[in-house]
Design a protein around this ligand. Sequence first.
Ligand code: AMP
Ligand code: ZN
Length: 475
Amino acid sequence: MANKFTFYNTLDRKVEEFHSREEGKVGIYTCGPTVYHFAHIGNIRTYIMQDVLIKALEYAGYDVKRVMNITDVGHLSSDADTGEDKMVAGAKREHKTVMEIAKFYTDAFFKDFDAVGNKRPDVVEPATNCIPEFIHMVEVLLEKDYAYVAGGNVYFDTSKLDDYYVFSSSVEKEALEVGVRDDVEEDVNKKNKTDFVLWFTKSKFEDQALKWESPWGVGYPGWHIECSCISMKHLGEYIDIHCGGVDNIFPHHTNEIAQSEAYLGHKWCNYWFHSNHLNDQSGKMSKSKGAILTVSVLQEKGYDPLVYRFFCLQSHYRKPLVFSWENLDNTVTAYNKLVKRVSELKAEGAVDEAVKAEYEGKFLDAVSNDLNTSMAITVLYDALKADTNDATKLALVESFDKVLSLDLIGHAKALADAGSSVDAELEAYINDAIARRAEAKKAKDFATADAIRDELLAKGVEIKDTREGVVWHLV
Ligand code: AMP
Ligand code: ZN
């Protein structure tokens, strides 16, 4: 029986207790990256928080299946279907083909995704793999009269829905309506301002690289259709949780719901989990804005990617997080202290199961309370201070790291090994110095012998001549 688990459901605009459709099992869909450029550390924050959600659900006893798409076609420079395809623009920028760009940035994405301790999704599917599924969904939407063809493109007709703005309060709806109305580039083919493209055949950009045959002519899919189809392909007609960053709420997730529920004829997903953005001091981080700060760049600058994960876990996923080097440096200090503390634990004695269960309960309470990761870290610190033996503490660190994924034990071992190799090096040096001093004394070169003794002392090593030979100790 899985434990009680709560998080903020954007659909109902409140923190809710989670109930999976199937006892003990969770189907999760997460919108993947658009692979026209590197994923910045803001994007990676979103994937870290999703990873923590999944691992926390597993910690609570659920069996989780996660599916993620890779957007390699159809995402235009504006989320409202205007502008150039981001992939095409990326390919032009780098004088490469769209597929070369997609491969390069998908690999780069997963390098950073893995480096911050994330578990790979069970299924990763690029949009370009699923064109027949997209065409099928568009056909069904046309048959059901939820879509129409105009000016060569196929559009979803949002006026057919009772409640298109499913995520928004009435005040937010008004603001969104104004926003959509004021959208600079107007598409005259649209019957309603909020209608969106399911399939393009008319592109203003003649060099649209990726195109496929379809009943409506040669063209390419709109952006939103991929997530509906890819999730249904691997998770069936229902998903438990759909994840993304807050910028995905409108229009992307709003449109996903519109077309999925129109297609299926029933509710599609019960819980929507959105994490907030990482901002730099000048505002929201964005791929199209100047130099991109990636996890790999952090690594090149000497930061452990897990320190960045620790940085993210210290704040709540629903709050914007401001990145600064000073904050990251403070996190380095905190992480190193934590690792040092863990490295001092000795794996001796038997684990006190009662104490272990008590702290595991506290940890689970924290993560299942709207994913309170900073509280979970406090529980870790409390466990390290607890009145119990080291074996129990080590067992707790190992247990909590199933969710935190900070590799605390691995890093602690590395620290201990580095410490012992330094000791070995020091010992070899001391023995060599003692031997050199003995040689000097034998040759009656007392000045050199004294200099070697002083040299050792400067390194914190004091030597004494005894009847048993030279002995040394650290001062
Ligand atoms: P994209 O590759 O642009 O489609 O974005 C990948 C994911 O990162 C999406 O779920 C976005 O919502 C999310 N995202 C975009 N910008 C930020 C940001 N500054 N901070 C956190 N997440 C972001
Ligand atoms: Zn999506």
